[in-house]
Design a protein around this ligand. Structure first.
Ligand SMILES: *[C@@H]1O[C@H](CO)[C@@H](O)[C@H](O)[C@H]1NC(C)=O
Ligand SMILES: *[C@@H]1O[C@H](CO)[C@@H](O)[C@H](O)[C@H]1NC(C)=O
Ligand SMILES: CC(=O)N[C@H]1CO[C@H](CO)[C@@H](O)[C@@H]1O
Length: 867
């Protein structure tokens, strides 16, 4: 026991750890919101903000009042106090570790879903070093001051107690000895102290009651109480009625009833694949089959998503197809037998291809010393040669000359001027990967709640694999010989589609495997498949991040699939999600890393450097895939769609907030969008489209290029208007300007702005209907970003307490370096009005209304209710 004599007594140390951790955590919490708080109010209300900490500290100090516990009761109380202290110390360390890695705050409410998930645990563990560093620092400080702190708080509490007892005695004296003046029985000093204390308590109470609840309630949240958020379990449920529809706030909407107008779609086979119940069963049949209360709660409109009643949908299907494309389709030169959909993990548009003239590029160059800048530019513009060829955006070097791409691992065999559609200005629908994938694979908006709750619900539109499965079902079953013998083109259209999902990492993360199945994938190659005992090709390299392997391990699987498409009368739909561009951006050891970043500027540029190298690795991998298409001979009959799942914000973009988690920064949202086909003329499209456009564009292309037979074309054409996105083979419509009915000479002012007669009487003069774009911010339920195609404004709209409104003007501030933050909308509108003018302020008002409406509408059409 002698050695223990040198150690400090445990309870004082634990108590000190609690004080240090909880106060540090509160300081961090307030510091993170400091920029948006009016200073005077912050000073005024600061006592109320730390009141919870003071109460917790006093409370725990009472538990820990025995430096060397002896009786059983003392042991119990010490253990309880110690436990609370340890929990607070741990939670505070996690907060600091998380902050150091991402600049964001931990939302404990989202953490319960993480704890039950092995892959998510690995993400958490990847930050273990910063968390332990934070824990060490907090512990050290606690150790240094533990003796003083313990004694001091002891004295203060004792003084407090004495004062109370003194006052109590004094009162008793007044009662029992009425003749004596009660003032005289209390000495003057105590009386003054009591008066001071009472007035302090009253003013504190007054402040507490009078302070605005936003943001101060959130700011006063204290550890370990905030941890309780993690236990408020939220999960989707199919019980009860769906959310009722809310009236659309911006313009009048014609009521159309899905129930009245319902009839079974004539093109549906008797037993359609999942995803088509909207066309297969009347709402009543559906209600009887499943759960009557869920679908029909007296309000028929609540039963299903009804595209005809969607006030936000603006269709461009009446528009003409781009002329050069139209010509290619008419000449039957575009053949689409296979579709490859590549989702680039953390794929930023600024890197697809990496080229000069973006805020990101400028930030990268700023990390270099003046005389090294030219060399840095020349290195960076060679980073993504494949992306240059796929988009047709050819980068120029420091001398303004076109970059030499002859060393790239793939050379574009397409003729000059051919290659397909390249979209500039595309935005993702969510900075959480699989919510974003729902948009590109199913043409739906994701659900604005944390994590992949969508996997528990029915996706409200058919996904691409389900559409292709429907085509399969319509085909007569043929014998293998019959199919092998036919070589006629129209007979080739009778071949069956095969949808395969491939990624070289785990799909266990957050119910992704369930979602893949729900989207209609019957075949998949993921980490589990590759590692399986009987797997065809075992991974050769090491795991490169906490999810799994580098994409290149999939190469033999992709090759086999492409050969199957070439030789076995199979039409292939391959969906592949890349993985090395995910945090922490590890690349295989055999890959030679370049040094893209310099050492200028305060930040450490290692993370960005790793990310850029991972992006070059993936560019090279895209070259491999393109080579495999050429090698197997299906390149001329394959449509390759490339889209980023979301961007990725770094310290170089914005030093305050990095990563995607609860970070609304625009660099998390700009993504590439490419429809590559060697026989389609190259068309450059500038449009703020989203992944919602992918399915409509593919369907439109299949129909127009006659790559599907007549009956499939009928289905595709019938389904096309049912999706919310626009088809990008026709000019994108950003907004519709409605003139008041009396205005006679309406004319088209802007090619992507169409004027129509308003169907209603508009008292406020012309009104513009925008294509509103929404982006869910990882983890999904805290904030959404709202933009309107063709406008430069952007709003980050908080959905729950603790998040601020953020407005930016991307025209004037494309890198979002000067956001306007506020805790309330009215304050934000005032600030925007004075800084950016009336148009911006009016836009902002609409954006908030439509954002709130949309959030409710998504929950309704997904049938999501919280249990
Ligand atoms: C060819 O297609 C048939 C029928 O779809 C399938 O059973 C077979 O496994 C395929 N063969 C190869 C080599 O992929
Ligand atoms: C693909 O099309 C090009 C013309 O664009 C042609 O030169 C080439 O031979 C075709 N490749 C195959 C395998 O048919
Ligand atoms: C064509 C178009 O709508 N472009 C807009 C896309 O979004 C950016 C802001 O993200 C605007 O500046 C563009 O005008």
């Amino acid at each position: 026991m002698a050695i223990f004599a040198f150690l400090p007594p445990v309870p004082p140390f634990l108590f000190s750890a609690l004080v240090v951790s909880s106060l540090a955590s509160k300081a961090l919490h307030i510091g993170l919101h400091f920029h948006s708080l009016p200073f005077l109010y912050l000073v005024l209300y600061s006592p109320t903000l730390i009141l919870p900490e003071l109460l917790i500290i006093s409370f725990v100090r009472l538990f820990l009042q025995f430096p060397t516990p002896e009786s059983r009761l003392q042991w119990i109380s010490t253990c309880l106090g110690g436990l609370l202290s340890l929990i607070t110390w741990g939670a505070s360390s996690i907060q600091f570790g998380f902050f150091m890695q991402t600049g964001a705050e931990v939302a404990w409410a989202a953490s319960n879903s993480f704890l039950s998930d092995p892959a998510a645990m690995k993400i958490l563990l990847s930050g273990i070093s910063t968390v332990s560093a934070a824990a060490t620092v907090l512990g050290l400080v606690a150790w240094l001051i533990h003796a003083h702190l313990y004694n001091l708080t002891g004295i203060v509490l004792q003084g407090f107690r004495d004062l109370m007892i003194g006052a109590f005695k004094a009162r008793r004296n007044i009662l029992s000895v009425p003749r004596k003046s009660w003032i005289a029985s209390v000495d003057i000093r105590s009386a003054r102290r009591i008066a001071l204390l009472v007035s302090a308590l009253i003013s504190l109470l007054f402040l507490e009651l009078s302070r605005p609840s936003i943001p101060y309630d959130h700011l006063s949240g204290a550890l370990p109480l905030t941890l309780l958020d993690a236990f408020t379990k939220k999960s989707s449920t199919l019980e009860g009625c769906r959310n009722p529809a809310k009236p659309f706030p911006l313009w009048p909407v014609e009521k159309t009833s899905l129930v009245d107008g319902w009839s079974r779609a004539s093109w549906l086979p008797q037993d359609p694949p999942p995803g088509f119940s909207r066309w297969a069963m009347s709402p009543q049949q559906r209600a009887e089959k499943d759960n009557p209360s869920y679908y029909l709660c007296g309000d028929d409109e609540n039963a299903f998503f009804n595209p005809k009643a969607d006030p936000l949908k603006i269709s461009n299907l009446d528009g003409d197809i781009y002329e050069p494309l139209q010509k290619a389709f008419q000449e039957h030169s575009v053949e689409i037998n296979n579709i490859v959909l590549l989702t680039l993990e953390s794929g930023r548009k600024e890197m697809f291809p990496m080229q000069q003239g973006t805020p990101m590029f400028d930030a990268l160059i700023a990390s270099h010393k003046e005389k090294k800048k030219e060399a840095a530019i020349d290195r960076l513009v060679k980073m993504t040669p494949i992306a240059q060829m796929l988009t047709g955006e050819y980068a120029t070097d420091s001398k303004g000359e076109k970059v030499d791409l002859s060393e790239a691992n793939w050379q574009d065999p397409a003729e000059e001027g051919m290659g397909g559609l390249n979209v500039r200005g595309a935005l993702t629908g969510s900075s959480l990967t699989f919510k974003s994938i729902l948009g590109s694979h199913c043409g739906v908006h994701p659900l604005p709640v944390d994590l992949l709750e969508e996997s528990m619900l029915e996706i409200y539109q058919p996904c691409l694999p389900q559409l292709l499965e429907l085509f399969n079902q319509k085909k007569m079953p043929k014998t293998i010989e019959a199919r092998a013998n036919n070589s006629h083109t129209s007979e080739a259209l009778q071949n069956q589609w095969k949808s395969v999902f491939m990624q070289s990492i785990t799909d266990d993360y957050d119910r992704q495997d369930i979602l893949d199945e729900n989207m209609g994938f019957k075949h998949k190659v993921v980490k589990k498949t590759m590692n399986a005992f009987r797997s065809k090709y075992k991974p050769k390299g090491e795991e490169i991040n906490y999810f799994g392997y580098a994409e290149t391990e999939l190469k033999p699987y992709v090759r086999d699939l492409f050969y199957e498409a070439a030789n076995n009368k199979t039409r292939v739909f391959l969906s592949h999600v890349t993985s090395t561009t995910h945090h922490p951006w590890g690349t295989p050891k055999s890959f030679d890393k370049e040094k893209y970043m310099g050492s200028e500027g305060a930040a450490n540029h290692d993370l960005m450097n790793n990310y850029l190298n991972a992006a070059r690795f993936v560019d090279n991998w895209l070259g491999d895939i393109m080579n495999l298409l050429d090698e197997t001979g299906i390149a001329n009959s394959t449509l390759v769609v490339i889209v980023g799942d979301h961007g990725q914000a770094f310290g170089e973009d914005n030093k305050d907030m990095t990563g995607t988690y609860e970070n609304g920064h625009i660099s998390n949202f700009r993504v590439p969008l490419v429809f590559r086909h060697p026989h389609m003329p190259r068309i450059d499209i500038t449009a703020n489209a989203t992944a919602l456009a992918i399915i409509p564009t593919i369907l439109d292309m299949l129909v127009q290029s006659q790559s599907i037979d007549k009956s499939d074309s009928e289905i595709a054409a019938a389904l096309l208007p049912e999706y919310q996105g626009q088809s990008l083979i026709r000019p994108f419509i950003s907004s519709i300007k409605e003139e008041p009915p009396h205005d006679h000479d309406s004319q088209i002012k802007n090619p992507d702005e169409i004027e129509v007669r308003a169907p209603h009487k508009n008292h406020h003069g012309p009104h513009t209907r925008y294509v509103w774009n929404f982006g869910l911010i990882n983890a999904g339920g805290s904030m959404i970003s709202v933009t309107a195609a063709g406008t430069p404004y952007r709003l980050v709209l908080p959905l729950r307490e603790g998040f601020e409104y953020v407005f930016t003007h991307l025209g004037k501030d494309p890198g979002e370096l000067r956001p306007t933050n506020s805790w309330t909308l009215s304050q934000l509108i005032n600030e925007v009005l004075s800084e950016y003018g009336k148009d911006a302020a009016e836009w902002l008002e609409e954006a908030e209304k439509v954002g709130i409406w949309w959030t409710n509408e998504q929950r309704r059409i997904w049938g999501y209710r919280e249990a």
